[in-house]
Design a protein around this ligand. Structure first.
Ligand code: RFL
Ligand code: PHB
Length: 390
């Protein structure tokens, strides 16, 4: 097979890039290791920044997002028994975020690819990017008993943190920056009315908690748990009890509980790989960087990579201008690191760190007190949360 752009990974990054390129007459093939059902079974992001929503519209896959997604003009931070609102719209001069699940967005992207006749090959095993330093890189993969080859102009690694793309770059050509946090998030999805129409991020001495949602009938809650905890250790009842204990009394009293329809634990990690290009392989999204979910930046950081790559590839094919491709890594990383800083800061502000000293805890309390005493500090939080410009 032959294509202009070979894309590894059929998550949101890979599908969005493929769709955007298609609309500009640039062809691509997406290789996804898992089945479509498996990809759609993963419950992940819920908050999209407005720049991401704009990119979905440009990709002509935003109809359902615009119909069913909820515009959120603010969220709450709960601490010491009270909750205080962050007025995103007021603080940013009119910006907001869209609450729309990654599962739904990925489903829309699959349908968009299908409608245009885009090629997405599922259950592609043993995908390998090859000859990356040459002008004719290619991909090989196995499908059943057959080994296939795809010749490409460029290969884009959109295969997430555990993918093969980053790992195929020689160790001496890539630098990795990492922080692993000493806790994870236990998440529960339940068909119950959300306790609050807007998200509540809660700081509590027993640990962080988050009240989020997918719709006004579908709730998503998280609590901070020790890294060694397993899902089996947490019955629904224990989860609800612990969640309530970490929320202000009025919120806890209003909480409607029900059976979990999904329950999983995600470890928290900050990670960046530099540079995001090796020869004719370009990394995008979780393949190159990971943030702890506290600032809702992960998918949104992936979106800015895709925006830069999309424009760089269009400039290459339509204007014979390679400056976008040459500048991609530097440009993407500049924004990636701002997302890293914000996610690390939100995580540090709101979680309980087992090793923290009394001094650390006073600083954390002061950081929060300062935030709600300064419109400028709140505006800084808000501008980062709604997404810095691409
Ligand atoms: P993905 O989604 O991991 O997709 C990568 C795809 O590549 C496939 N793959 C391979 N395919 C072929 N060959 C191989 N060797 C392959 N290896 C892997 C995988 O099967 C998969 O389909 O990466 P992508 O597209 O870059 O998207 C990134 C986002 O998924 C991620 O950043 C967000 O989910 C992070 N995140 C959040 N981001 C936000 O912006 N807002 C949020 O509110 C938010 N909440 C979250 C989150 C992530 C969470 N978890 C579980 C990590 C909440 C949670 C709990
Ligand atoms: C979610 O709804 O899954 C979600 C929302 C906000 C976050 C992280 C996750 O910061």
């Amino acid at each position: 097979m032959k294509t202009q752009v070979g894309i590894i990974g059929g998550g949101p990054s890979g599908l969005l890039l493929s769709q955007l390129l298609h609309l500009q007459g640039i062809d691509s093939i997406v290789l996804e290791q898992h089945s479509r059902e498996y990809v759609l079974g993963r419950i992940r992001a819920g908050v999209l920044e407005h720049g991401f929503a704009a990119l979905m519209r440009e990709a002509r896959v935003a109809e359902r997002m615009d119909r069913e997604g909820e515009i959120h003009d603010g969220f709450f931070i709960a601490h010491d028994g009270i909750k205080e609102r962050v007025d995103l719209k007021g603080l940013t001069g009119g910006n907001s975020v869209v609450v729309y699940g990654q599962t739904e967005l990925t489903r829309d992207l699959y349908e968009g690819r299908e409608k245009l006749g885009g090629i997405v090959i599922h259950n592609a095993e043993d995908v390998k990017p090859r000859d990356l330093q040459s002008a004719r890189p290619y991909l090989t993969f196995r499908k059943g008993d057959d080994v296939e080859r795809i010749d490409c102009d460029y290969i884009i690694g959109c295969d997430g943190f555990h993918g093969v793309s980053r790992k195929s770059i020689p160790k001496d050509k890539i630098t990795e920056f990492e922080r692993i946090y000493p806790f994870g998030w236990l998440g529960v999805l339940s068909r119950t009315k959300p306790v609050s129409p807007e998200l509540i991020y809660a700081k509590h001495e027993r640990g962080f908690a988050l009240c989020s949602l997918r719709s006004q009938a579908l709730s998503r809650y998280y609590i901070q748990v020790p890294l060694q905890d397993t899902v089996e250790q947490w019955s629904d009842e224990q989860f609800w009890t612990e969640l309530r204990r970490r929320l202000p009394q009025d919120v806890a009293a209003a909480m409607v509980t029900g059976p979990s329809i999904e329950k999983s634990i995600a470890p928290l990690r900050s990670f960046v790989a530099e540079p995001m290009r090796h020869g004719n392989l370009f990394l995008a999204g979780d393949a190159a960087h990971i943030v702890p979910p506290t600032g809702a930046r992960g998918l949104n950081s992936a979106a800015s990579d895709i925006y830069y790559l999309y424009h760089a590839l269009v400039d290459h094919y339509k204007k014979r201008d390679d400056s976008g491709l040459d500048g991609y890594s530097q440009r993407a990383l500049a924004r990636v690191w701002k997302g890293q800083r914000f996610s690390w800061w939100m995580t540090t502000l709101l979680h309980r760190f087992p090793e923290s000293s009394a001094f650390d805890r006073r600083l954390q309390e002061t950081d929060l007190a300062y935030l709600f005493s300064s419109q400028k500090a709140l505006a800084s939080l808000a501008e980062n949360y709604v997404g810095l410009p691409f």
